[in-house]
Design a protein around this ligand. Sequence first.
Ligand code: ADP
Ligand code: 5GP
Length: 201
Amino acid sequence: MKEIRKGMLLVISGPSGAGKGTLVSKLLDKDPSFAFSVSVTTRGRRENEIEDVHYHFISEAEYDKLLSEDAFLEHASVHGHRYGTLKSEVYERMEKGQNVLLDIDPQGARAVMEKEKDCVSVFILPPTYRDLKVRLHTRNTEGEEEIQRRLNNARGEIEQMSRYRYLVVNDDLELAFDQLAAIVRAEKQNSVRYFPEIEEE
Ligand code: ADP
Ligand code: 5GP
């Protein structure tokens, strides 16, 4: 049997601290059909982050240049910094049949959902607001003021969850990952991107 597959655009979003990054890296480890779309950002690099792996860290001027060149599939100001998904990270791969994964904020996710109707959007939720707060503190990558800003944004973001095709509550990590993996498995067979060619014999 011959088959053709178009690439899937998987959009993972949710409030900061819900566990998007954790679930995304697990999926990338376990499913080599996915490529991570490395975003550009004007925020500073954290100690554990690798240039061009986690982000392309760029200056405000470089960001403005990319904007003027219409290089972004979507872009947004998130918690006081600018982030953008480069078209070049997404479309060339999808045309080759590769699946592409975006970890982006809800404003960006909304823009992608409007432009790319067949994208698979998944919103990651924390079990409680308290867990969100605890996770942001234990991650220990932001100061108190920044954590408060992210927590304040979370409520409005969570109100918009019904815009997404799928919802995953990340309470038990293994269970949440199983749910994400099940979504991916099913969406690989979706007839918008899977074209088996049935031969005579
Ligand atoms: P996001 O990318 O959504 O901002 P992270 O993946 O960085 O969130 O997760 C935030 C923190 O919560 C990290 O310290 C991570 O290890 C932790 N975490 C992720 N998932 C769980 C979970 N299911 N239970 C407890 N802690 C979790
Ligand atoms: P962080 O600074 O913690 O890495 O990310 C902050 C937020 O920005 C997260 O919600 C993350 O998903 C989001 N983000 C990362 N890259 C992009 C991007 O290219 N576009 C948009 N809109 N959001 C992004």
